[in-house]
Each structure stands twice: as C-alpha cells, then as structure tokens.
Design a protein around this ligand. Structure first.
Ligand code: COA
Length: 256
C-alpha cells in the first residue's frame, strides 16, 4: 500500500497482515516495480517510510506457505525477485526509514536493514531465522547486519537464529530510535519531515557518498565525496540555502 500523507513523503506499507506481511513473490515484484521507478524518477519524493500493516509484524520474512514444497527452480527464480528487490531498496536514491512495528524476522529483518536506518516500536522483535529453516540470509543480511552491529554480533545473531528485543537492537546499533508503539509512525514521519525540508539533491548526494564509506578506502571515498559535492554547486538550492540563512528565514528548496 502506497500513501502520500503529506508533500514529499511516501509511506510504503507491507500489507498482508493475516500472513504477518510475509514476503511472497508478488510482494517482491511490487517492491521491484515501486523502487525501480523511484530509481529512475524520484518525482517530488524526498523521504520514504517503510512499515508493516497491523501491530503484530513489520514483516515475517519469506512466505513459508508459498515456499512449502517449492522446487529448486521455483525457489531460485523467486529468490531472483528478492535479490532484485534488495538491490532496488539499497539503490533507492531517496532516504528510506524503516518503521519496525512487531516482528521483523528473516527477510523482513533484512528488508529493514536495507533501509537507511530503523526506528522500532518498543514491542518490536528481530531475528535472522534462516539457519533454523535450513537456509541462510539471502536478502543482504550477511552484508548489512555486520555493517550495522559489527561482525561478531552479526555472527551470533545469524548462527543462533535467536530472536532479540528492540532494546537490544538499539544497544547493538541496529536501530536508531525506540518509540512507544503508538508513536512509531508519528516519530518516523517527524524525521521524514525534517529530511524532506532539506535540499533534496544535497540529501541524495550525501546518501550516495555515505554509501561509499563502507565500500572503499578513505581517500577513494573522499574523492567520491568531492565529486558528489560538486554536483550541488550549480544548483538553485545552494543559492537558496545560504540566502535564506542571511535573510533569517526557512529555506524553500525546489530540488534543482
Ligand atoms: N510465511 C507464511 N505465513 C506466515 C509467516 C511466514 N513467514 N509468518 C507467519 N505466517 C502466518 C502463520 O502461519 C499464521 O497463519 P495461519 O493463521 O494460517 O496459521 C499467521 O501468519 C499468523 O501467524 P502467527 O504465528 O499466529 O502470528 P504471531 O503474531 O503469533 O507471530 C511471527 C508472528 C512472525 C513471530 C511468527 O509467525 C513467525 O515466527 N513466523 C515465521 C517467521 C520466520 O521465520 N520467517 C523467516 C522466513 S525466511
């Protein structure tokens, strides 16, 4: 489900509450289509909040009913869809906040990890359950989790498949903020609003540049940052930001 509750903000809700928003092939295809389109044209979207329908789950991971007795071939082709989805999330030029309500298990946890950062309801629970199911994380979990909480904690989480609380997730650096359950969306939207008020090209370029920080050495990353920076120099928004400061008013950014 896609909503635009206010200008520049998109709320994407995983919407299969009776299946705890488990990820089936169709949901994967929908996500590929949505985030693929946003890669090409962000329109006026400046921040995305990704959440789950209902209070029980953000996403219960891969749909284990659909996967029951799947042939190797079907499993592989479904996984290819999930790989595309993961890439589309990670490549999304617009910041994504995952607002985790309830369980984020398996592929659901990985989906949240593919966002830029996570806000969690106090009652949220996390687990990388795959090894208990005879599989392993395949939607970026072995890559994004160690980057979030360090290699040793990630190993413990993935090898044991044990669930953990939102408070532990906060302590381990996986989650940026804990919110009272009923305040989760308000808090995620408040942050989305702050992001959306900033210069969109600047935010997008910063996101790209931060993406390089974990992928390359410092000097190569810094060279990339300078290139990303130079993209903003000829923008109207650069002029507007400094002008607004001098005129003691809020800037009005246009994304050009
Ligand atoms: N795939 C398909 N259906 C799922 C599902 C999944 N991953 N997770 C939950 N469901 C279904 C249940 O089978 C149940 O359906 P039913 O009413 O037909 O039996 C319904 O959703 C509600 O699930 P239930 O377990 O009763 O809800 P809960 O709120 O008590 O617990 C979870 C929610 C997510 C903690 C629990 O369902 C769970 O552990 N699911 C498996 C998660 C997992 O390991 N995912 C990794 C997949 S790679």
């Amino acid at each position: 489900m896609i909503e635009r509750p206010e200008p520049h903000i998109l709320v994407v809700t995983l919407n299969r509450p009776d299946r705890r928003n488990a990820l089936n092939t169709q949901m994967g295809l929908d996500m590929v289509e949505l985030f693929g389109a946003l890669y090409v044209d962000q329109e006026d979207v400046r921040c995305i909040v990704l959440t789950g329908s209902g209070s029980k789950a953000f996403c219960a991971g891969g749909d284990l009913k659909q996967r029951n007795n799947m042939t190797d071939e079907s499993w592989q082709s479904q996984h290819a869809v999930f790989e595309k989805m993961t890439m589309a999330l990670m490549d999304c030029p617009v910041p994504i906040i995952a607002a985790v309500n309830g369980a984020a298990f398996g592929g659901g946890f990985e989906m949240a990890l593919s966002a830029d950062f996570i806000y969690a309801a106090r009652s949220a629970r996390f687990a990388q359950t795959e090894t208990r199911l005879g599989i392993m994380p395949g939607a970026g979990g072995t890559q994004n989790l160690p980057r979030a909480c360090g290699v040793r904690r990630a190993k413990e989480i993935i090898f044991t498949a044990e669930q953990f609380t939102a408070e532990q997730a906060l302590e381990w650096g996986i989650v940026n903020k804990l919110c009272d359950d009923e305040r989760l969306m308000d808090e995620a939207l408040a942050t989305a609003r702050q992001i959306a008020a900033n210069a969109p090209i600047a935010v997008r370029q910063a996101k790209k540049s931060i993406g390089m920080a974990t992928q390359t050495d410092l000097k190569t990353g810094y060279a990339y940052e300078i290139e990303a920076y130079n993209r903003m120099v000829p923008t109207e928004d650069r002029m507007e930001g400094v002008r607004a400061f001098n005129e003691k008013r809020d800037p009005n950014f246009k994304g050009r």
